[in-house]
Design a protein around this ligand. Structure first.
Ligand SMILES: CC(C)(COP(=O)(O)OP(=O)(O)OC[C@H]1O[C@@H](n2cnc3c(N)ncnc32)[C@H](O)[C@@H]1OP(=O)(O)O)[C@@H](O)C(=O)NCCC(=O)NCCS
Length: 180
């Protein structure tokens, strides 16, 4: 059965965390993602993702979910997609390691939703994917991201100097691993 969890923020917002489902179309996911790109947040893309790219990504993600190599949590508020949290098994000799990602719409940040979503995905990753390590990458410019991850128990392992190009500036990439 598909996984689902509901909770209320301290501001009284009812939030639903649930597995990716058929109603999550490439168009809906693309719209959510491109809003983050337009806002110049520290997601991977600098220019909007196309529908064809999003369709391919969604097909690959469904395949990985079926193989239990990925988890994608959709975050909803009032029937609207307001975020996602992802876990992906790495490839080949790195396959015992799982990499995480998260992004929330602007209007629901700083309410503890990122903390809850990450705690839930970490619990599920440990239970179903049995990883050796849980890791993630964050830009040196992304202070909210670094704070969230540190609070959850991630530790900085290495830093690649001026690795990320973000709208005309170079920033370091910080690699973090969850403390056991
Ligand atoms: C990074 C992100 C997921 C954080 O989620 P969030 O729900 O806002 O985080 P939380 O409310 O759970 O806060 C967790 C901690 O992070 C810190 N934090 C979060 N936002 C912050 C901000 N804007 N300024 C300073 N600290 C911040 C706080 O220390 C907070 O803990 P506290 O409330 O106990 O002090 C969210 O800002 C986001 O989606 N940003 C855009 C996309 C992105 O950067 N994704 C990550 C790419 S690596």
């Amino acid at each position: 059965m598909a996984w689902k969890k509901e909770f209320k923020t301290k501001e009284g917002k009812k939030i639903i965390l649930r597995d990716l489902a058929r109603q999550d179309t490439a168009l809906k996911l693309k719209t959510f993602y491109n809003d983050l790109v337009k806002e110049r947040t520290h997601v991977l893309y600098e220019t909007p993702i196309s529908l064809a790219e999003e369709r391919k990504w969604l097909t690959d993600t469904w395949r990985s979910i079926r193989k239990k190599d990925a988890i994608l949590i959709i975050i909803e508020q009032d029937g609207r997609m307001v975020g996602s949290a992802s876990a992906n098994r790495m490839k080949q000799k790195n396959r015992y390691n799982v990499s995480l990602g998260i992004a929330l719409s602007k209007d629901i940040r700083r309410m503890g939703i990122g903390t809850v979503a990450m705690q839930e995905i970490i619990k599920r990753v440990k239970k179903t994917m049995k990883p050796k390590h849980i890791c993630l990458c964050v830009s040196s410019a992304n202070k909210p991201g670094q704070k969230l991850y540190t609070k959850l128990g991630f530790r900085k392992v290495y830093r690649l100097k001026e690795w990320i190009h973000h709208f005309g500036e170079f920033y370091d990439e910080i690699f973090m691993i969850l403390k056991k």
